[in-house]
Each structure stands twice: as structure tokens, then as C-alpha cells.
Design a protein around this ligand. Structure first.
Ligand SMILES: Cc1cc2nc3c(=O)[nH]c(=O)nc-3n(C[C@H](O)[C@H](O)[C@H](O)COP(=O)(O)O)c2cc1C
Length: 341
């Protein structure tokens, strides 16, 4: 573990998070070496120097993306941002399950709102950046909030993610049901067309979906011309093996206990919709995990929880290990390994 990460783990999780963001914003993170061409990959037309991305929720207010990209992530997803600023749930609402290398959070979309987010994206530097958009808790028309996010941020990020899978905004996951999803994606597709461009639109889904639910989502996503699925958000499930005293806290569980279920979902989706690009998220903590998600069908991966436990040195280790695995199995590039059975 990095010395910095060890220090941060002695602090309350939200204080530690604030310090990490401030350090990244101040340019204190180490700069990564350029990526070897063999790590390059592509998702929905976005060229990535390496397939390892920063998952949404770490840089909710788009303050630290330059530092995260410099530290070696192949792409960074900021947000979730909601139209209006929102305080989120009462504290404590973020828990370290240290024995399980996991986290439980019930933050509830705490963020500074679209205006602050947009201001921070103006004049941003190079690197692939996504904006993860959501709905305010009290919104009477949640679909309208996603449309507002798309419109306000249009032209600023390289892609958008529609997050309907946070477990911490009551009722949000109901947008995954077929009728609600068709309505939401229809309105977003219409807005995108009226804005006159083709910024890729990704949909981020929950891991707690059954086979019929998955099929419905894949059909709706394809029918409305969405560009990729992000699989997955945190889980409400609690596996038997959890050891930490915080395992009973309400909220979304992330980290290694989520790896199997989220990777299985990738495999299922690859079978259901072979042409739909996928991004794999959930429990990635090693080069072997990245490689497994690629082979299960993900064109790229994202991580959050492992960074909290291991610190930024993790990124270089994952890349080194992934390169060795690609080489050992005869793949010339990361892109070649995607979906290889
Ligand atoms: C503290 C915390 C906050 C998160 N906030 C968001 C969020 O705002 N939007 C979102 O789409 N996902 C959010 N996530 C989910 C992550 O992006 C990711 O999907 C999930 O944690 C699984 O990846 P991991 O096991 O590598 O952490 C959050 C996760 C954590 C741990």
C-alpha cells in the first residue's frame, strides 16, 4: 500500500476522501509513464491509452480529473452530478469494511450541481473524461433531470453516463424497468439528436438484476441507440463471507465481494447482445481482475474501492500485470483480449 493511502486510512473515510481530492487537484499525485501501445483499447469510438478507468463517485464535482488522468488512468468518469446541488444523506454514510477490502456507501448523490460541474469542465486538459448524470432526490420528473444534465453539459465531456443504478436514491432503480427505461432513453435520444451531435451515451446498471431484467435493458439500450453499458454499480446483496463489523450497514457494497456477480453479468450481456460495447466495474483490484473482465466481454474496466485501499501506485501495478498476462496468452493488445473465451 502507498504511504499516502496508509495515512488516509487512519482518518474518517469522508475526511480522507476530501484530502485525496485536494491533493489531486493541487497536482500532488505522481505522474505516470506513457502507456505502451499494447494497452490501447477502444470503447464506442473513444480511443483509450489503457483500459483502466476511474469509476464514478470518486470525483463527483469534477475537481480531480486532471490529477487522476496524470496518475495513469486511461479515462476518468466524473459525477454523479444532479441538476441542483444536493447534500446527500446524513453522516455517517460511508463505511470501510477493511477485513473485506470493501466499502458500503449510502451517500445519496451529494454533489455541487450542474453549474459548478460545467464550470470545472471548461478549458479542461487532454484525456478521456465522462460525465455521469443523475436525478435530484426530490425531483417530480426524474427523466427530465437526465435530459437537463445532457443539455447543460453538452460539448464538455467525451461521453455521458446515465446512472439509474444507485441504490441510495429511493426509487431510482425503478427506472431500470422496461416502460420507464424506454421513456427515459427515448427522451435522451431525442435530446441528443436535437443537440446535433454524437457524444456517446452509456447506461450504468445495477448488479441485482435477473435474466429477464437484463434482456429488457439490452433490448431497450439497443433500440434507442445507446452506445455502451457500464456493468455495474454497487450491490444491495450481502455475501455470506463478509467479516467486517460494518457489513450490516444500509447502502451499496463495493469491492471484491462484488467481483463475481458483476463479472457474471458482463458474460451474460455479452451473450445476449454481442455487439453492445461493455465497461466492466466491480471489485477490480488486480491485473488478473482486469484481464478477467476483458475476457468476459468488457472493452475497458473501471475501479473505485481498490484505489482507496491500495493508493495510486495500484494503477501502474495493474498495467504491468495485465501486460504480462496479455503477453503470456499471445494477445498483441488489450483490445484483442476483449471477449476472448
Ligand atoms: C463511495 C462511493 C461512491 C460512489 N458514487 C457513485 C456515483 O456517484 N455514481 C455512480 O455511478 N457510481 C458510484 N459509485 C459506484 C462505483 O462507480 C462503482 O460502480 C462501484 O463502486 C463498483 O466498483 P469498485 O468495486 O471498484 O468500487 C460509488 C462507489 C463508492 C464506493
Amino acid at each position: 500500500m502507498d504511504a499516502g493511502a496508509a495515512l488516509l486510512r487512519r482518518l474518517d473515510p469522508e475526511t480522507a476522501h476530501g484530502l485525496a481530492i485536494a491533493a489531486l487537484e493541487a497536482g500532488l499525485a505522481p505522474s505516470a509513464a506513457a502507456d505502451p501501445p499494447a494497452l490501447a483499447t477502444e470503447v464506442a469510438g473513444l480511443q483509450l491509452p489503457n483500459p483502466i478507468g476511474m469509476a464514478a463517485g470518486f470525483d463527483k464535482n469534477a475537481e480531480a480529473h486532471a490529477g487522476l488522468l496524470r496518475a495513469g488512468f486511461g479515462f476518468v468518469e466524473c459525477g454523479t452530478v444532479t441538476p441542483r446541488p444536493q447534500a446527500g444523506n446524513p453522516r455517517p454514510r460511508l463505511f470501510r469494511l477493511a477485513e473485506d477490502r470493501a466499502l458500503i456507501n449510502r451517500l445519496g448523490f451529494n454533489n455541487a450541481g450542474l453549474e459548478a460541474f460545467a464550470a470545472r469542465l471548461h478549458g479542461r486538459g487532454p484525456g478521456v473524461l465522462g460525465a455521469n448524470i443523475g436525478a435530484n432526490k426530490e425531483s417530480p420528473d426524474r427523466a427530465a433531470d437526465y435530459v437537463a444534465g445532457l443539455r447543460r453539459l453538452w460539448g464538455l465531456p467525451d461521453y455521458f453516463t446515465v446512472n439509474i443504478s444507485s441504490p441510495n436514491t429511493p426509487g431510482l432503480r425503478d427506472l431500470q424497468s422496461r416502460a420507464a427505461l424506454d421513456d427515459l432513453l427515448g427522451r435522451l435520444a431525442e435530446s441528443r439528436a436535437s443537440l446535433g451531435g454524437r457524444a456517446p451515451l452509456f447506461l450504468k446498471i445495477a448488479p441485482d438484476l435477473d435474466e429477464a431484467g437484463l434482456r429488457d435493458i439490452a433490448e431497450s439500450v439497443v433500440a434507442h441507440g445507446m452506445d455502451a453499458l457500464i456493468v455495474s454499480n454497487t450491490t444491495l446483496a450481502r455475501s455470506e463471507g463478509l467479516r467486517s463489523r460494518h457489513r450490516g450497514e444500509a447502502g451499496g457494497l463495493s469491492g471484491p465481494p462484488l467481483f463475481e456477480a458483476s463479472t457474471r453479468l458482463l458474460r451474460n450481456l455479452r451473450a445476449i447482445a454481442p455487439d453492445l460495447p461493455l465497461i466492466g466495474v466491480g471489485g477490480v483490484a488486480s491485473g488478473a481482475d482486469v484481464y478477467a473482465k476483458l475476457r468476459a466481454g468488457a472493452s475497458a474496466v473501471q475501479l473505485y474501492t481498490a484505489l482507496i485501499y491500495a493508493g495510486p501506485g495500484l494503477i501502474a501495478r495493474l498495467k504491468r500485470d495485465l501486460l504480462a498476462r496479455l503477453h503470456a496468452d499471445g494477445f498483441a493488445t488489450a483490445a484483442e483480449a476483449v471477449g476472448a473465451t
